[in-house]
Ligand binder design. Structure first.
Ligand code: NAD
Length: 504
């Protein structure tokens, strides 16, 4: 039975969520959300224009005094209710996320939605643990303490690869810390961000605290990032767009949080458990059809294990089942769009000029041709400085390269501009320790690749940006520090006044 959400009914009010209600955009331009499995139009909506962004920022500004003035306990209680409302809509959220992104239903049911509920519950607790440093008499004559305060209205721009989780990662630390927010999801995939915002209202979070503008990047996105009523920009997306966002935000002196692209290395030392490394590489490369900023994209395998690793990965990749996203038997769904599929195919086609495609590498025909499908693809023989090894492909494509010494393997792992995530595979505790110290990335896994938890920070080094999502660390992004200093002497002529009045 098709249990898909009736999107026409759910979003009858429009695809903008401003001040606690849905309304249509006013840009005069329409956009269609399309199911990448079959090209079916899921929802046609009017994009947000500048006036919609202005209205959303105004709603967020109106909500700010009340929300930032609420006690941590009140915000926490609202977020606990929010987690319950989201859990109650888990099925609708999972099916809608699968339909708009092409994600296999097992992924949305077991990862995207429970991850979002868990994040919400985590920030419900964390809202009561915002703290500054302890007070002290540092000058002798004064007492100092530090307040951690909300920044104001946050303008956030998110990508299409994990729309629900990205909405959660942006919205939750911001509102838990007392800010209000305007989120712009990717125009391809606004549906679950809108459902997320509606669930916030249902949970009793006041109107205007969470707003969503569904608009195009250069139009609604740039207007939001440059908006004078917005105090902070938080952006997740590609490094190229992140640079543009940084330029605009810097011109208006905003707090800036950037989570950008990745090209995660997967380093297999010669003492590794080969079977574990093979399974880890295939799962790590194919999760979310490879459209994951932390996906395993470049495997470096020490020479003694190289041939067996390549054979093992090729064999395991051929067992992966392409299928409709809503079929529980599906391992690999389509990419988010045919444009993204063609982009991935272009990278692989160009790589044929300098490397060998061991398995995959062709757009599937027949029953898969109506969707944005692309098969698991393994590439060997590519030079380290080639496009397939250096550029973010964002598809189910893994390149494998050999290395000899440990020094060489670690140097190759660090040889891209990115630094979001990495893994090292070894049974030697000293090699593992060295890899965790020397690989330049925001996260290094040992003998696994991909898992995340709400309590730990996610964010990059280098061209992968800066700023942390999830965890208590994200409060440092979404709060500003204020030093408060009290005079303890009560005298009119302070000791330090000598510098102005002399001995008089
Ligand atoms: P993208 O950079 O094309 O778009 C991201 C968002 O920016 C979208 O909402 C888009 O509409 C908006 N945008 C586009 N142009 C803009 C502009 N000029 N001004 C303001 N906003 C603009 O990225 P994408 O293709 O949606 O997502 C894939 C990228 O996101 C990959 O590079 C991936 O690595 C990255 N990503 C990073 C993380 C992380 O945590 N570091 C997580 C998920 C995705």
């Amino acid at each position: 039975m098709d249990q898909r959400l009736d999107t026409a009914e759910e979003f009858a009010g429009g695809a903008q969520y401003i001040g606690g209600r849905l309304r249509p955009g006013t840009s005069g331009r329409e956009h269609a959300v399309v199911d990448p499995a079959d090209g079916r139009e899921i929802l046609r909506y009017e994009l947000a224009g500048a006036a919609d962004v202005d209205a959303a920022v105004a709603a967020a500004r109106r909500a700010l005094p009340g929300w930032s003035g609420a006690t941590p306990g009140e915000r926490s209680a609202a977020l606990h209710r929010f987690a319950q409302v989201l859990a109650g809509r888990a099925g609708d959220l999972a099916r809608t996320e699968s339909a708009q992104c092409g994600k296999p239903i097992r992924l949305t049911t077991e990862f995207d939605v429970p991850g979002t509920v868990d994040n919400t519950a985590f920030f419900a607790g964390a809202a009561r643990h915002l703290e500054g440093r302890s007070a002290g008499e540092y000058s002798g004559d004064h007492t100092s303490y530090v307040r951690r305060e909300p920044i104001g209205v946050v303008g956030s721009v998110a990508p299409w690869n994990y729309p629900l989780q990205m909405a959660a990662w942006k919205v939750l630390p911001a509102v838990a810390a007392g800010n209000t927010i305007v989120l712009k999801p990717a125009e391809l995939t606004p549906l679950t961000s809108l459902m997320f915002a509606r669930a916030a209202t249902e949970a009793g979070i006041p109107d205007g605290v969470v707003n969503v503008v569904s608009g195009a990047g250069p139009e609604a996105g740039e207007h939001l990032v440059g908006h004078p009523g917005v105090a902070m920009t938080s952006f997740t997306g590609s490094t190229a767009v992140g640079r543009r966002v940084a330029e605009i935000a810097t011109a208006t002196v905003k707090r800036l949080h950037l989570e950008l692209g990745g090209k995660a290395p997967f380093v297999v030392f010669d003492d590794a458990d080969l079977d574990a490394a093979v399974h880890g590489a295939v799962a790590g490369a194919l999760i979310n059809t490879g459209q994951d900023c932390t996906a395993a994209t470049r495997a470096y395998v020490q020479r003694p294990l190289y041939d067996a690793f390549v054979t093992g990965v090729a064999e395991l990749m051929t067992t992966v089942r392409l299928g409709h996203p809503l079929d529980p038997a599906t391992d690999l769904g389509p990419l988010v769009s045919t444009a993204q599929r063609d982009r991935v195919a272009g990278f692989v086609d160009r790589a044929r000029g300098y490397a060998t495609v061991v398995t995959g590498g062709h757009v599937p025909q027949g029953e898969w041709a109506k969707g944005a499908y692309y098969p698991p693809t393994l590439i060997v023989g590519a030079p380290q400085d080639s496009e397939i090894v250096q550029a973010e492909i964002f598809g189910p494509v893994l390149a494998v390269l050999p290395f000899d010494s440990d020094d060489e393997g670690l140097a190759l792992a660090n040889d891209t501009p990115y630094g979001l995530a990495a893994s090292a595979w070894t049974r030697d505790v000293y090699r593992a320790g060295r890899a965790t110290r020397e690989i330049a990335a925001g996260c290094v896994w040992i003998n696994d690749h991909i898992p995340i938890v709400s309590e730990m920070p996610h964010g990059g080094h280098g061209a992968s940006g800066y700023g942390k999502d999830m965890s208590a660390y994200s409060f440092e992004e979404y709060t500003q520090v204020k030093h408060v200093m009290y005079d303890n002497t009560g005298v009119a002529r302070k000791d330090w006044h000598r510098t102005v009045f002399g001995a008089r």
